[in-house]
Design a protein around this ligand. Structure first.
Ligand code: NAD
Ligand code: MG
Length: 392
């Protein structure tokens, strides 16, 4: 029987790489593609749906339903539009689902996909930051194996295969340092969206690229690691490693460290999640150590990258403070991309949101629901909107 797969966010950077791997590994002959979803870029969504002979293609954009139906007319591929249709797609049984929508919008579909058993390949780190326990509980209740697709967490997951978690001393998340690793604060204050999106090593979506420049991406990943691996915040370290060859490391009680290395190519982590527990050949470059010659490391700089300190604050506070953290980061990013606030204002907005809404959110621990999480997300976005008006 063909493996039933679904991709949420198939038109994005992670989604396109996932489609490419499915096609390389046999395409529709090997996989029954239950659903593909996107938001804009309907021509790409339609092309993917044809190539993979998907059962259903969904655009999150309500208004574009007729366009999608037209693009796929005569193919027999079902089409739908809107947030409810997306959720309905995520409820359709699949053996392997990729959660690769960007932002908190990926939470509800990811949560629905976690209820099928099989594998949930999770690129959408925001859902773990906003609602980690909710997602982990859903996986546990339905026997779903959650495999992280974020390269750092995939590295840690791989390093932990066969290891007793009690022996973990610390997690070492590597960070490239982004495009502003060597910039001064004064230069960062003037940074434009175009400068901020130019990641030195990884080719990724716009939002995560700018999050790498502020290091909010690493900040989200610290919280993601805490949730995924159940490690106390004091044992999660960040090491700046400009070449991005070591994807992350685990330090054990005996002083040993296991690292996972590879080229900066997300098809590594996606392919790992797709083929787990096996390893299949992947079309990624092989490392040439003679050519690499060296690997460099630097300490993190909390003065220029306050996001990391904010992440530690969130990890210590717990509860739903991650939903405030992520929501504030998302509005701040939107305002920066719209040139309404400066680069350094992003962490100021997030810090203020955490001061204002964090304590109440941190107290929300028992019996939380998706509605509670989305409530904090909404409240934080409203706080951010007012903040931008006042400071922009
Ligand atoms: P992207 O912007 O390239 O793609 C996002 C996808 O989500 C697209 O298919 C888009 O149509 C869809 N989408 C956007 N807004 C939506 C909405 N409101 N409702 C439904 N769908 C919507 O993003 P990406 O870089 O592929 O990142 C996707 C996720 O993977 C993010 O959570 C990101 O943090 C994570 N991630 C990405 C990379 C990478 O290399 N790109 C690496 C690690 C983790
Ligand atoms: Mg990452």
């Amino acid at each position: 029987m063909r493996r039933r797969v679904a991709i949420f966010g198939s038109t994005g950077s992670i989604g396109q790489n996932t489609v490419e791997l499915l096609l390389r590994q046999g395409g529709p002959e090997a996989y029954e593609v239950v659903a593909l979803t996107g938001a804009g870029n309907l021509p790409l969504l339609a092309e993917q749906a044809r190539a993979l002979r998907a059962g259903l293609a969904v655009t999150a954009d309500d208004a574009r339903g007729p366009d999608l139906a037209e693009a796929l007319a005569g193919t027999g591929i079902e089409t739908a539009a809107g947030a409810d249709a997306l959720l309905e797609a995520a409820r359709r049984p699949a053996d392997w689902a990729m959660s690769a929508i960007v932002g908190a919008a990926g939470l509800a579909p990811g949560l629905a996909a976690a209820r099928h058993g099989g594998v949930l390949a999770l690129a959408n780190k925001e859902s773990l930051v906003c609602a980690g326990p909710l997602l982990l509980d859903a996986c546990a209740a339905h026997g779903t194996t959650l495999i992280p697709v974020d390269s750092e967490h995939s590295a840690i997951f791989q390093a932990l295969r066969g290891e007793d978690r009690a022996g973990i001393e610390r997690l070492l998340l590597t960070a490239s340092g982004g495009p502003f690793r060597t910039r001064t604060l004064a230069e960062m204050a003037r940074a434009t969206p175009d400068e901020a999106r130019a990641h030195p090593n990884w080719d990724m979506g716009l939002r995560i690229s700018v999050d790498s420049a502020t290091m909010f991406n690493k900040a989200l990943e610290m919280v993601e690691a805490q949730v995924l691996f159940g490690i106390p915040p004091g044992r999660i370290e960040v090491v700046v490693h400009p070449q991005s060859i070591i994807h992350s490391m685990v330090g054990f009680a005996d002083g040993s460290i296991i690292a996972q290395l590879g080229p900066s190519d997300m098809r590594g982590a996606i392919g790992y999640a797709l083929n787990f527990p096996e390893r299949a050949p992947l079309p990624v470059e092989r490392l040439d150590f003679a050519r690499l010659a060296r690997l460099d490391f630097e300490p993190e700089d909390p003065a220029r990258f306050p996001a990391l300190g904010l992440a530690r604050q969130v990890m210590a506070a717990g509860g739903l403070s991650g939903a405030v953290f992520n929501g504030a980061k998302e509005v701040a990013l939107d305002a920066f991309l719209d040139r309404r606030i400066g680069f350094l204002d992003m962490s100021r907005l997030v810090a203020d949101a955490l001061d204002a809404l964090g304590p109440a959110a941190a107290a929300a621990t028992a019996g939380i629901s998706l509605q509670d999480v989305m409530g904090y997300d909404r409240q934080t976005r409203e706080f951010g909107r007012v903040w931008v008006e006042r400071h922009g």
